[in-house]
Design a protein around this ligand. Structure first.
Ligand code: HMG
Ligand code: MG
Length: 301
C-alpha cells in the first residue's frame, strides 16, 4: 500500500453547501486559512452555481480572492460556462465539473441528463485547456443513487472514460449517499481503473452508513491515492435526499497516520479549525476522532 495519500479538503464547499446556518464570507476565508495552516493545502473553497440552487455558496468569488495569498491549491465547482466565466474572473486555476452516474441524480442536481451535462462540460474543458486551467471531474452516485437505486460499475467506468478523454486530470468518484460497502467499492474501482489510470482517481465517500473509512481502505488496497474528506465530517448535498456528511478529515488522518501513511496534517490545528466552524454552526462535529479528542481535552482540563 502507498506510503503517501493526498487529501483534498472539502469542508468549505461540500461541507457548508447544505448548512441551514449562514456562514459569512469572512468566516469561510478564515476556515480555509485554518485548514491550510493545518497542512491541508488543497482545498475546495466554493462553487459557481445557481444562487437559487445553493445560496450557501454565494460569495465564492470573494472567498477565492480572499485566499489567494495563501500557499495552496484552491478548487471550485463549475457546472457550465457561466460558472467557468465567474470562476476565472475570480482567479480560479483549478475548476471541477460534476456529473452523475445516474440519470435521476443528474436531473435533480443539475437539471439535465447525463449526456446533456457532458455537452455543457465540453466548452468548459476546451476553454480551460486553452487557458491552462486544470479541470477535475466528479462522478456522483457511483455506489448507489437515491432515485435510481443500484448503479452498475460499467456506467461509472464509461462516464469516467468520457471525462478523462475530455481532459479532466483526475476523476473523483462520489458515494454521494454513503451506501457503498468495501467489496462493491473495489468492484467499482476496478472497473473504472480499466478505463482511467488509477493514479488519476480520487475517492469522495460520504459517511451516511458509517462505511466510508472501510471503503477508503478497500480503495487504497486497489491503489487509489487521493481522498476527498471534510473537516468535522461536514457535508451533504441538498439534491441527494438522506445524504449526510463527507468522511471526516480527522478520521481519515487518524487512520492513515496510524498506518504509517504520511498526510502532512497537524491534527491539533485541524481540530482547532473544525471546532471553530462547529461553533459557528452551533453543534459539535460528527467526526469520531474530533469527538474523542475533544472529550480527552475536557478530561485533562
Ligand atoms: P438550470 O436551471 O438548468 O440552468 O440550472 P439555466 O442555464 O436554465 O439557468 C437558470 C438560472 O440559473 C438562470 O438565472 C441562470 O443565469 C442561472 P435566472 O435567469 O433564473 O435568474 N445560472 C447560474 N447562476 C450562477 N452560476 C452559474 C449558473 N448557471 C446558470 N454557473 C444549474 C442548471 C447547473 C445552473 C443548476 O442546476 C445548479 O446550479 N445546480 C447546482 C447544484 C449543486 O451545486 N449541487 C451541489 C454540488 S454537487 C455535489 O455536492 C456532489 C459532489 O460533492 C460529489 C458527490 O458527493 O457525489 C461534487
Ligand atoms: Mg459530495
Amino acid at each position: 500500500m502507498s506510503d503517501h495519500i493526498s487529501i483534498i479538503e472539502m469542508g468549505p464547499r461540500d461541507g457548508l453547501q447544505n448548512e441551514k446556518t449562514p456562514v459569512s464570507v469572512a468566516a469561510r476565508i478564515a476556515f480555509v486559512e485554518a485548514l491550510v495552516a493545518a497542512g491541508l493545502t488543497t482545498v475546495e473553497v466554493g462553487a459557481f452555481v445557481s444562487p437559487k440552487a445553493i445560496p450557501q455558496m454565494v460569495g465564492s468569488d470573494q472567498v477565492l480572492r480572499g485566499v489567494s495569498h495563501l500557499k495552496g491549491e484552491f478548487h471550485v465547482l463549475v457546472p457550465n460556462e457561466k460558472g467557468y466565466d465567474a470562476a476565472r474572473a475570480a482567479g480560479a486555476e483549478v475548476v471541477s465539473v460534476f456529473a452523475a452516474a445516474s440519470e435521476g441524480f443528474s436531473r435533480a442536481n443539475i437539471n439535465c441528463s447525463v449526456a446533456e451535462s457532458i455537452e455543457r462540460f465540453k466548452p468548459v474543458l476546451a476553454r480551460a485547456k486553452a487557458d491552462g486551467v486544470r479541470v477535475r471531474g466528479y462522478i456522483s452516485c457511483v455506489l448507489g443513487c437515491p432515485f435510481d437505486g443500484e448503479i452498475k460499475p460499467k456506467a461509472v467506468a464509461d462516464l469516467a472514460r468520457t471525462l478523462w478523454d475530455l481532459g479532466c486530470y483526475e476523476i473523483s468518484l462520489g458515494d454521494t449517499i454513503g451506501v457503498g460497502t468495501p467489496h462493491k467499492a473495489k468492484q467499482m474501482l476496478r472497473a473504472v481503473a480499466a478505463e482511467v489510470p488509477i493514479a488519476s482517481l480520487a475517492m469522495h465517500f460520504h459517511d451516511t452508513y458509517g462505511q466510508a473509512l472501510a471503503n477508503l481502505y478497500a480503495g487504497m488496497e486497489e491503489g487509489v491515492r487521493v481522498i476527498d474528506s471534510a473537516a468535522g465530517g461536514l457535508g451533504g448535498c441538498p439534491y441527494a435526499p438522506g445524504a449526510t456528511g463527507n468522511v471526516a478529515t480527522e478520521d481519515v488522518v487518524y487512520m492513515l497516520e496510524g498506518m504509517g501513511v504520511r498526510t502532512g496534517v497537524d491534527m491539533e490545528k485541524l481540530l482547532a479549525a473544525t471546532n471553530e466552524v462547529a461553533g459557528l454552526l452551533g453543534r459539535p462535529p460528527v467526526s469520531r476522532v474530533a469527538s474523542a479528542l475533544n472529550a480527552k481535552k475536557r478530561r485533562s482540563s
